[in-house]
Ligand binder design. Structure first.
Ligand SMILES: *[C@@H]1O[C@H](CO)[C@@H](O)[C@H](O)[C@H]1NC(C)=O
Ligand SMILES: *[C@@H]1O[C@H](CO)[C@@H](O)[C@H](O)[C@H]1NC(C)=O
Ligand SMILES: *[C@@H]1O[C@H](CO)[C@@H](O)[C@H](O)[C@H]1NC(C)=O
Ligand SMILES: *[C@@H]1O[C@H](CO)[C@@H](O)[C@H](O)[C@H]1NC(C)=O
Length: 231
């Protein structure tokens, strides 16, 4: 083997080692929150967890978290966030495993928000004012275990969000439109039977269409809402 070949192999081995260490060092100890009154001009880049829970950020420049290759956990709960500025994000891949954005004032999310969050396992968007989610929401997040969307203004759920890997799914407190698409999504999503899906998700109430308002989603059959489409 040429010396160049040996150097290459050595690098390859080193990179593998680093990768393995990173994988086994999955436990990331989060500090208690740094409560700030403004978004920091520089986000620390030497930690696996950033905890700004309880701060007052009206908007958040998402690119600030993406230059940060080791960030695994980001807690932005209860930060009065009404807007996520997704400019300058481009094709960046997110390394986040856990993202907490609950108890904010978000009404919408950027179209390709978290489009490349391959490592994401936990996402909390509960207690916001979200009216809809991006069409291909969480399309790359095949490791997602927990998705919290409770207490928003959602009426529809993109099928891309209903990952087979989900163990915890919170949808309660939204004005669901009990359409064929919603029912088919719930039934075709997490690979669990509908009785355990009901245990998992709890009681979901239909807010529309008018003739189904007040019914629970679980009292409906796909044939109740899909038959017109199949004619
Ligand atoms: C962030 O800090 C708050 C309060 O200090 C704490 O309750 C919360 O669990 C922390 N977040 C994470 C992800 O550990
Ligand atoms: C939260 O944001 C709203 C609107 O941007 C603002 O009116 C309000 O004062 C903020 N709350 C706090 C605690 O800063
Ligand atoms: C559905 O899931 C529940 C709870 O996991 C289980 O007890 C039940 O046997 C399952 N039913 C079918 C038909 O698989
Ligand atoms: C769901 O609703 C049914 C009937 O209204 C009730 O018996 C049941 O306890 C509820 N389940 C949960 C988890 O709230």
């Amino acid at each position: 083997m040429t010396p160049e070949g040996q150097v290459f192999l050595c690098w390859f081995w080193l990179l593998q080692m680093l990768h393995v260490t990173e994988g086994s060092g999955k436990e990331c100890e989060c500090p208690s929150a740094s409560i700030l009154s403004h978004f920091p001009s520089e986000v620390p880049s030497d930690t696996c967890c950033l905890n700004y829970s309880g701060s007052t950020f009206n908007q958040v420049p998402w690119a600030a978290f993406l230059s940060h290759a080791h960030l695994q956990v980001l807690d932005l709960c209860n930060c009065n966030i009404s807007h996520i500025d997704h400019s300058e994000v481009g094709d960046a891949v997110s390394s986040l495993r856990e993202l907490y954005l609950g108890q904010n004032r978000l009404t919408s999310l950027p179209g390709d928000f978290l489009a490349k969050a391959y490592s994401l396992e936990v996402l909390d968007l509960g207690e916001n004012h979200l009216k809809h989610l991006p069409e291909q929401f969480l399309q790359s997040s095949d490791k997602l275990r927990a998705l919290i969307l409770g207490w928003n203004q959602l009426s529809a759920l993109p099928h891309s969000a209903l990952k087979p890997s989900l163990e915890h799914l919170e949808l309660i407190g939204n004005p669901w439109a009990c359409t064929c698409s919603l029912l088919e999504g719930l039934q075709g999503g997490p690979h669990i039977n509908s009785s355990s899906l009901q245990d998992l998700v709890g009681n979901l109430t239909c807010a529309s269409p008018q003739n189904l308002a007040g019914r629970t989603v679980w009292s409906l059959q796909t044939s109740d809402v899909c038959h017109l489409a199949n004619l």
